[in-house]
Design a binder for this molecule. Structure first.
Ligand SMILES: Cc1cc2nc3c(=O)[nH]c(=O)nc-3n(C[C@H](O)[C@H](O)[C@H](O)COP(=O)(O)OP(=O)(O)OC[C@H]3O[C@@H](n4cnc5c(N)ncnc54)[C@H](O)[C@@H]3O)c2cc1C
Length: 463
């Protein structure tokens, strides 16, 4: 029986593990966390951190789209398909998915706590890879699946070293306890995306009511609509009918024109975007490189705020914070972050009008979201340096073939190294949410094929 090592125990790791166990592999899942199955997004215990997708969209099983909804109804029978339940529920669900897969696989799953430092291939090719953990545990592997998730946020370009070292700067709000005990006074959130939304709600709950969120466009995510309507169904049908035209547009301007027309004709831009979701990667890949560049430079932010929306209840809380003045939002460019006597001085240039101000904050929280995988992740850096992997388009993630096999420096598909989820950003555009990840996990397991009959015992050998 072949051995697949899955590096990472978040949503991508669990869904890949489940699919690989189904096709007969012996899986060693490696993750540093005490509670594998949750990863970054679903480890939160805060009840106000809701899923940003409705329950009906979040099944782990491509064959049973209602699986998560059914699971939710065991917890609360009133849960409807369009409800946005706490993210911690999804963490519990993924833990249960992993447990059930383990039970069915009868001893073919090993969960190893640790962090993978390096992956070596035998000189001359052929034979198993060697997976080395930071604590010197060594695992031989016929296949390795990287399910590394999101890299930590990148530091803002104008961050002064003294400010970065000061206790007033939070580099990664997702680190456990990162928002606890911030100094009294106004707090700046850098970014206005879903991370800023989570951070604002957490800080407000802790009694902090002097929050300023700043980004170049000053745009917060749009809210989801409350439950669907017949009009939404017809808007979705109109969008699907227009797909050939969208795919043939060949330019960002052409795609935009068609989208605007569809939104105007149907009166429901949300339904238009939702209907496009399964086709967005084909649309992304239909754009020539200059068009993709133009999209990244000018439109990605607008796409994000319309496509990755807030749950209605979360949107209501954010509106209430803004109306009460607890949370202010500004469109401004960050020109400097410097240590000051009391906190951090931040130089801001207003987007409209260009006025420069330099207020002081008691604390600054980096809410810019995931950083750059290829630059920041030591395992990925090593794989790229050794030519076993190469950066993908625009260095947003790793380059892969259509099924998720890593492309080596010379462009050939690595037979034993695979990935899924956020690490495929760039090759794919929509690759971070559960519905896309479960499809990738199934595709990856099919492409890897049956596990074969090699039968070494999986052993984690202390070197
Ligand atoms: C705050 C937030 C909210 C979100 N909400 C939703 C939502 O409501 N609906 C939705 O569909 N999507 C949501 N997403 C998208 C989310 O990215 C995916 O749903 C999914 O959680 C991604 O899972 P992942 O396993 O790829 O990454 P992660 O959850 O980041 O997990 C990666 C795991 O790999 C481990 N790891 C990394 N490097 C190594 C290494 N070298 N060795 C061993 N282990 C390693 C990490 O420790 C981590 O446990 C949200 C994302 C965020 C950040």
């Amino acid at each position: 029986m072949g051995i697949a090592v899955v590096v990472g125990g978040g949503c991508s790791g669990v869904l890949a593990t489940r699919e690989l166990l189904r096709t007969g592999w012996h899986v060693v899942m490696v993750d540093p966390g005490a509670r594998p199955g949750r990863g970054l997004a679903y480890s939160t215990a805060a009840p106000w951190h809701l899923l940003n997708s409705p329950a009906a969209a979040m099944s782990a099983d491509p064959d049973q789209p209602e699986d998560f909804l059914r699971w939710c109804r065991q917890r609360d029978p009133r849960t409807g398909p369009a409800d946005f339940v706490p993210r911690s529920w999804y963490g519990d669900y993924l833990t249960e998915v992993l447990r059930a897969a383990d039970e069915t696989a009868q001893g073919r799953l090993t969960v190893q706590r640790g962090r993978v430092a390096r992956i070596f291939e035998p000189s001359g090719g052929g034979g198993p890879l060697t997976v080395l953990l930071t604590d010197d545990v060594v695992i031989p592997a016929d296949r390795v699946v990287l399910a590394l998730g999101h890299p930590a946020p990148s530091a803002p370009a104008r961050l002064d070293a003294a400010a970065a070292r000061s206790g007033a700067y939070v580099a990664d709000p997702w680190r456990a306890g990162a928002l606890d005990g911030l100094p009294e006074g106004p707090i700046l959130l850098i970014g206005t995306g879903l991370t800023a939304v989570d951070v604002a709600l957490t800080l407000a709950d802790a009694g902090r009511h002097d929050l300023l969120a700043v980004s170049r466009h000053g745009l917060f995510p749009q809210p989801h609509r409350r439950p669907g309507t017949a009009a939404a169904a017809s808007a979705q049908a109109a969008t699907v009918a227009a797909l050939p035209e969208l795919l043939a547009a060949g330019s960002v301007a052409g795609v935009l024109r068609s989208l605007r027309r569809l939104a105007a004709d149907t009166g429901d831009w949300r339904a238009v975007l939702d209907a496009l979701r399964p086709h967005w990667d084909a649309l992304w890949q239909s754009l020539p490189e200059p068009g993709q560049h133009r999209f990244l430079r000018h439109l990605a932010r607008y796409w994000e705020v319309h496509r990755h929306r807030m749950a209605p209840a979360v949107a209501d809380s954010i509106t209430a914070l803004r109306e009460s003045g607890s949370l202010r939002v500004r469109a401004a460019e960050l020109c400097g972050i410097e240590a000051a006597d009391e906190g951090v001085r931040v130089v801001l240039r207003e987007r409209h009008g260009g006025a420069i101000t330099a207020p002081t904050f008691a604390a600054v929280v980096n809410c810019t979201g995931p950083g750059r995988l290829v630059e920041s992740d030591p395992l990925v850096r090593a794989l790229v340096a050794e030519g076993m992997a190469r950066p993908g388009p625009y260095r947003l993630g790793l380059d892969t073939d259509a099924h998720g096999a890593l492309l080596r420096r010379d462009g050939s598909a690595h037979p034993a190294l695979w990935t899924l989820g956020p690490t495929r950003r760039g090759v794919l555009w929509e690759t971070t949410a559960a519905p896309e990840i479960r499809t990738q996990a199934r595709g990856l397991a099919v492409a890897l094929g049956d596990a074969g009959d090699r039968a070494p015992v999986v052993e984690c050998v202390e070197s």
